[in-house]
Design a protein around this ligand. Structure first.
Ligand SMILES: Nc1nc2c(c(=O)[nH]1)N[C@H]1C(S)=C(S)[C@@H](COP(=O)(O)O)O[C@H]1N2
Ligand SMILES: [Mo]
Length: 247
């Protein structure tokens, strides 16, 4: 991590401008240029958080978009939802919001949506390109009114392994990113069950495990250490996967 202290050290601790003698010394000018480069890199480290993930052409899509992790949530409740086309499925948004929401899939699908053809990268060593369509998370969060104390969005899923529910979390920079959507379609068809029906997160600057499927609830919180294992996600708790999984 490049801090302000590193930058000052790189420019020799000399942040005073306008000294002719120093200014004309080649060594000093080199040091200054180094400082410039470093501050550019430091800036990139911050502004990169807003950069867009690459998007692809339709013909670049993978012939099959494979499924990973849960392919069918266990239990009668999910089976009943699937049997009636998720007509009674609700997405709840609560926690540190001004107006908690509970929305049907019909309401979510009638909101403005975005489509993006992106590459999914799983840490298990496979990638796939697919077209995702869904509502920008920012629109929903604006509806709910994020309270100033909120720092993270937590995604709670209908599946789990044994007794441990799958969950994930991202900070508000990623939550409000223009390519962060709640997808209800894959490759122009309603989201298949193996890929997270009826609703899953797409957070395109992040590795696969952050893309929570089978979304039931999004909770806005100010800290993550009180939830489940305290590391902000199912795999983070279980296998030490990094919480910030930016790519
Ligand atoms: N609820 C839930 N979300 C999940 C998982 C899961 O098992 N349960 N697996 C994760 C992993 S590791 C990956 S790579 C992607 C896989 O998405 P896909 O099934 O559409 O390929 O979903 C992620 N989101
Ligand atoms: Mo994954």
């Amino acid at each position: 991590m490049i801090t302000r202290r590193t930058l000052i050290a790189a420019s020799g601790g000399l942040l005073v401008a306008g000294c002719d003698k120093l200014d004309s010394s080649p060594a000093f000018r080199r040091t200054l240029r180094l400082g410039e480069k470093l501050s550019f890199r430091a800036q990139r480290l911050i502004s990169d958080r807003a950069a867009l993930a690459p998007e692809f052409r339709p013909e670049q899509r993978s012939p099959i978009f494979r499924a990973n992790g849960t392919r069918l949530p266990a239990g009668e409740a999910y089976a009943a939802h699937a049997a009636n086309g998720f007509a009674d499925w609700r997405l709840v948004i609560d926690g540190l919001v001004a107006r908690p929401l509970s929305m049907s899939m019909a309401a979510i699908r009638s909101m403005p949506h975005r489509s993006q053809i992106t590459r999914h990268d799983c840490v298990e060593g496979w990638s796939a390109i697919g077209k995702w369509t869904g509502v920008p998370l920012k629109l929903l969060l604006d509806h709910a009114g994020v309270r100033p104390a909120a720092r993270y969005a937590v995604f709670l899923c209908a599946d789990g392994f044994g007794a441990t529910p799958y969950y994930e979390s991202i900070d508000l920079i990623d939550a409000l990113h223009p390519q962060t959507i709640l997808a209800w379609a894959l490759n122009d068809a309603l989201l298949p069950i193996p890929n997270g029906a009826p609703l899953r997160l797409r957070v395109e600057r992040m590795l696969g495990y952050k893309h929570a499927k089978y979304l039931e609830r999004i909770e806005l919180v100010d800290r993550l250490d009180g939830l489940a294992g305290g590391r902000g996600g199912y795999w983070e708790d279980k296998s030490d996967y990094e919480w910030y999984a930016g790519i």
